[in-house]
Design a protein around this ligand. Structure first.
Ligand code: CP
Length: 309
């Protein structure tokens, strides 16, 4: 079913490939629940995590996922590596590749860096976040969570609020949800949701209440504090007043709507603190599903590699 060395984006996946990954992810999740019986699918190989940007969820869940399926997992800590002496990305990649790792799980701030790595490494490259381009495993764990709660993607209205322009999560989610038959609406300030983004296949609406009307899924995105000085919006309080998601907004959504956020959350900015314990929040389930999705991707890639030996 999987015929590629690397896993670096949703954009070029077929619907069948997405369905296959989601099916395997649900299977992995069930196997984790049953693990007392030692049922988790096992494979063999080495995996290295290479994170040029900070991460808690993605890095740690890849680490756990690799160990769960029997991989030997190591991390190159960028902060104490020769990157700090000025070693280039190419030299860093080739050094790890020469050590014979099967998989490099990589996050980098430069869009396109994983495609570059995939072209230059014998190891399989798995994206853990590619600049402002894609965050494919986040979209898959979001999809798994939506499918678990809603049963199907067909005809669902998914409203995504926040910094769409710079968000790799928004782009990967848009590619995936469009392919699977859901309708995506983007909302946020005009500076962070340019009208032209509609050409990617989303509806754009600048009124939060209007955009949430009859939504099945409401997803907040992190306001990237590092972009606060770019003048994209006046200040965080102003952003929260206009685009902050609170309990009252859910009066406009469908009665069984769910709240999602890739996290980390700036509580009090993009989400009201009261939503931390909201019964319709599935944020912690997203994190749980992240381990299963990453187990599925790692297993699939290792099967591809082992079958070609
Ligand atoms: N959602 C996400 O990518 O979180 P981390 O930055 O903690 O990995």
């Amino acid at each position: 079913m999987w015929n590629y060395k690397d896993f670096i984006g949703i954009k070029n996946l077929t619907n069948e490939e997405i369905k296959h990954i989601l099916d395997l992810s649900f299977e992995m999740k069930q196997q984790m629940i049953n693990d007392k019986a030692g049922e988790i699918k096992q494979t063999r190989g080495n995996m290295t995590t290479l994170f040029f940007e900070n991460s808690t969820r993605t890095k740690h869940s890849f680490y756990m996922a690799g160990q769960n399926i029997g991989l030997r997992v190591t991390d190159l800590a960028i902060g104490t590596s020769s990157v700090q002496k000025g070693e280039s990305l190419m030299d860093t990649l080739q050094t790890i590749d020469s050590m014979g790792t099967d998989i490099i799980v990589m996050r980098h701030s430069e869009s396109g860096s994983q495609e570059f790595a995939a072209r230059n490494c014998k190891a399989s490259i798995i994206s853990a976040g590619d600049g402002t381009n894609e965050h494919p495993t986040q979209a898959l764990l979001d999809a798994m969570t939506i499918l678990d709660k809603k049963g199907s993607f067909e005809g669902l209205k998914v409203t995504i609020a926040g910094d769409i322009l710079h968000s790799r999560v928004a782009k990967s989610n848009l590619y995936l949800l469009n392919k699977m038959g859901a309708k995506v609406t983007f909302t946020g300030p005009t500076t962070l949701v340019p009208k032209a983004i509609a050409q990617m296949g989303a509806k754009v609406c600048y009124d939060l209440k209007e955009s949430v009307k009859d939504a099945d899924v409401v997803m907040g995105l992190r306001i990237q504090m590092e972009r606060q000085n770019s003048g994209a919006f006046p200040d965080l309080r102003e952003y929260n007043k206009t685009y902050g998601i609170d309990g009252a907004i859910f009066d406009y959504a469908k009665k069984d709507a769910i709240l999602m956020h890739p996290a980390p959350v700036n509580w009090g900015v993009e989400l009201d603190r009261s939503l931390f314990t909201a019964p319709y929040s599935v944020i912690s389930e997203q994190v749980t599903n992240g381990v299963a999705v990453r187990m599925a991707i790692l297993y699939m890639i290792m099967e591809y590699r082992n079958n070609r030996k």
